[in-house]
Design a protein around this ligand. Structure first.
Ligand SMILES: O=C(O)CCC(=O)C(=O)O
Ligand SMILES: [Fe+2]
Length: 323
């Protein structure tokens, strides 16, 4: 395979770039929009998440994975990927999801379920961290809306309806004879995801030209990834990249922990008029209900589809998203 020389775009969020009335807002918004169109993701560098909080949530979340299996499986959900998961066909990967994980109530309910004798430190750190990620998430969307010239009230409508899933993930290194893939290649079914890891390599992203970028983690950076519903909202402009996690270092002691905040919209997702007003851009995705789309994804047809959102709500099935 060719060497991976390409790098993901890096965008800085700080007090200036995050302030819509600062001159830095507009160029940053355009950079975010372009990164999501060209790569479907970018590396976000920010000081908005205190490193002490980040270190402590990574440390505290290890407690989850040390719990006995009978406790872990208590975290159930009707939605695939939201509860607890460990599968024979993905033996390196394990995860816990918290539905509505950017709220204190849901984080406390999850904590009480898994740590009946209490784990306030986990609960508080998880809530605080995920809440900050949700604020970053909303800023990213606001930037994209702004950059496209779509009124911010439309952004608020969508983000006010967002259901955030927080997910705690662990990848062990492969044993003799096991493959390196921890999480197979997929495009996200969330609208947008913000990912973080314990600075252990593993996330790999496919570019539009088919080359794969191996993301180099570093402290204070996050990876922002667009999902298929975001692509549909943008009428195919935003790219929803295939990505995977591979544990290519075979040292036994290497464990990768990652944290993610994934958004799902309760409000109808529809292409804004602004994005279809010129004749060149006819509507290629019908309005849809994101949570119903998640149900479709696990049907036989949804599983078999190469691009679930296209077969779910594409205006024609022969729509191509290639550049
Ligand atoms: O663990 C990671 O860094 C990526 C996880 C991911 O892609 C997902 O959960 O959809
Ligand atoms: Fe993903």
């Amino acid at each position: 395979m060719a060497p991976k020389l390409n790098k993901l775009p890096v965008i800085t969020f700080n007090g200036e770039t995050l302030n819509p009335s600062n001159g830095a807002w507009r160029p940053t918004s355009d950079a975010v929009r372009r990164a999501l169109e060209d790569y479907g993701c970018f590396v976000l560098f920010t000081n908005k998440i205190p490193s002490v909080l980040r270190d402590s949530i990574f440390e505290l979340s290890k407690d989850l994975f040390r719990l006995p299996t009978e406790t872990k499986i208590k975290n159930t959900s009707d939605i695939l990927g939201f509860g607890y998961g460990k599968y024979a066909f993905m033996p390196l990967w394990e995860y816990f999801g918290i539905e509505d994980g950017a709220t204190l109530e849901a984080t406390r309910k999850f904590t009480d379920l898994l740590f009946p004798s209490g784990n306030n430190a986990f609960c508080e750190a998880a809530f605080e961290y995920m809440k900050l990620l949700s604020e970053i998430h909303n800023r990213v969307l606001r930037m994209v809306f702004d950059s496209y010239g779509v009124e911010s009230k439309h952004c608020d409508q969508l983000t006010d309806s967002a259901l955030y899933l927080s997910r705690f993930m662990k990848y062990r290194s492969p044993n003799e004879g096991e493959g390196a893939i921890g999480l197979p290649a997929h495009s996200d079914k969330s609208f947008l995801a913000i990912l973080d890891d314990n600075d252990v390599k593993g996330l790999e992203v496919e570019m539009r030209n088919g080359d794969w970028i191996h993301h180099e983690p570093s402290p204070s950076t996050f990876v922002v990834v667009a999902g298929e519903p975001f692509m549909a909202w943008s009428n195919g402009r935003v790219y929803a990249p295939l990505h995977q996690v591979a544990m290519r270092m075979r040292e036994k002691e290497v464990v990768r922990y990652s944290l993610g905040l994934f958004s799902f919209m309760r409000a109808t997702v529809e292409v804004p008029d602004k994005l279809i007003e010129d004749d060149e851009n006819c509507l290629i995705f019908n309005p849809f209900n994101h949570l119903d789309f998640l149900k479709y994804v696990v049907t036989e047809e949804g599983r078999a589809s190469k691009c679930a959102i296209k077969s779910y709500t594409g205006v024609t099935s022969d729509v191509t998203m290639e550049p």
